[in-house]
Design a protein around this ligand. Structure first.
Ligand code: HEC
Ligand code: HEC
Length: 332
């Protein structure tokens, strides 16, 4: 799953070497395509489920609690707050553009969004429910039962359908038309001189070896601390936890840098709050490079051009509970 870094550098150099043509196809980063909706009823249902805190034991925590779509699809906390105010072990990545990831979670333990979506509902440190209870809640609400039938073409509420619908909604959470994408599309006025210089530095320094493709990341697992070790109190070991291979220790899914100005704090341990610090550390730890203050500022300016149009939709109105709906247990 991890590609040797030398190979990545070689391909990055190849890509940057062919800059003259200046078409998007020559660049190591491609524009984000707009969402394609194939099943509108599933997306609509998935949106309701994404916002519905009744899928948690407390009746208080929804996917949106930790992946707040008003805040770049994150909670902007070092680590998340779960059931009973528990402190989570790791920073919540954004759900925006996450369908482009080669796998989900920092260590890639879920193969796709559908496989991921069942996890938090039953995670005792997150929504702390069970799949059986979540289904019981949904089945007790006739409007949900009808909506599942409409979205799937037959009667029935089960966890497979719940995760399919949530994933269908998440597929729509893309952020096209950032200023950088406009620049890639040929609008050279979309970036200032400093931002364009930042992009040149981002490419020429080798950041694109790991942060590339439409999501500017999400396409490989890489060691955190290639040149110099990363100091952290976090116990996360990354990909090694999935593969059992010592060589995969501290290999994390390279995070997307789309909307990165909104998704602070940074790194798997959420230890850094400013892009200035993070760019400085990435230079030193991953590339053995020290950027001047001007270079750092230019790269940060470039990173802020990756903020795209945030998903726009009407806030869902959730169907009310009924006499039969199991009651929330926020304190028990
Ligand atoms: C209590 C906070 C919390 C809740 C609630 C929560 N998540 Fe997460 N989510 C996280 C954290 C933390 C991670 C990272 C965990 C890891 O990598 O080990 C994560 C990871 C993810 C990822 C992977 C993103 C990536 O880039 O790897 C997706 C997608 C996601 N969550 C979607 C959801 C959905 C859908 C729900 C609701 C069913 C949900 N989350 C509920 C905190 C939460
Ligand atoms: C060898 C691969 C590699 C290179 C080269 C690299 N990065 Fe990273 N980058 C990563 C990984 C892996 C992470 C996640 C590390 C972690 O969370 O512990 C990361 C995280 C980041 C983050 C934080 C994103 C977030 O949401 O937490 C930013 C910003 C970033 N890199 C920018 C850069 C810049 C700028 C450069 C060039 C100076 C660069 N990276 C070079 C692999 C790389």
């Amino acid at each position: 799953m991890t590609r040797p870094i030398s190979l990545l550098f070689a391909s990055a150099l190849l890509l940057t070497g062919s800059m003259g043509g200046a078409t998007a196809a020559d660049e190591p980063i491609q524009p984000i395509p707009p969402a394609k909706i194939t099943n509108a009823a599933q997306v609509e249902l998935g949106k309701k489920l994404y916002f519905d805190p009744r899928l948690s034991k407390s009746g208080f925590i929804s996917c949106n609690s930790c992946h707040n779509l008003s805040m770049g699809g994150t909670d902007n906390l070092q680590t998340s707050i779960g059931d009973h105010w528990q402190q989570g072990p790791i920073n919540a990545p954004t759900v925006l553009n996450s369908k482009m990831n080669l796998a989900q979670f920092w260590d890639g333990r879920a193969k796709d969004l559908k496989a991921q979506a069942g996890g938090p509902i039953a995670n005792p440190g997150e929504m702390a429910f069970t799949h059986a209870l979540a289904i019981e809640v949904l089945e007790s609400i006739p409007a949900y039962v009808a909506e599942f039938e409409k979205a799937f073409g037959s009667a029935g509420v089960d966890i497979d359908r719940v995760t399919t619908a949530i994933a269908a909604f998440e597929d729509t959470l893309v952020t096209p038309n950032s200023r950088f994408d406009k620049w890639l599309g040929g609008d050279r006025a979309a970036l200032s001189a400093v931002e364009a210089k930042g992009y040149a530095l981002f490419k020429d320094s080798g950041c694109v070896a790991c942060h590339n493709g439409p999501a500017v990341g999400g396409a490989s697992f890489q060691k955190m601390g290639v040149v110099e070790a990363y100091k952290t109190d976090s116990k996360a070991i990354g990909l090694a936890g999935v593969t059992g291979k010592d060589a995969d220790r501290l290999n994390f899914k390279v995070p997307t840098l789309r909307n990165v100005e909104m998704t602070y704090p940074y790194f798997h341990d959420g230890a850094y709050w400013t892009l200035t610090e993070v760019v400085d550390l990435m230079g030193k730890l991953q590339l053995g490079k020290t950027f001047s203050a001007d270079e750092n500022a230019a790269i940060v300016a470039f990173l802020k051009t990756l903020t795209g149009e945030q998903p726009k939709f009407e806030l869902p109105v959730l169907p009310p509970s009924t006499d039969k709906t199991p009651r929330p247990k926020p304190f028990g």
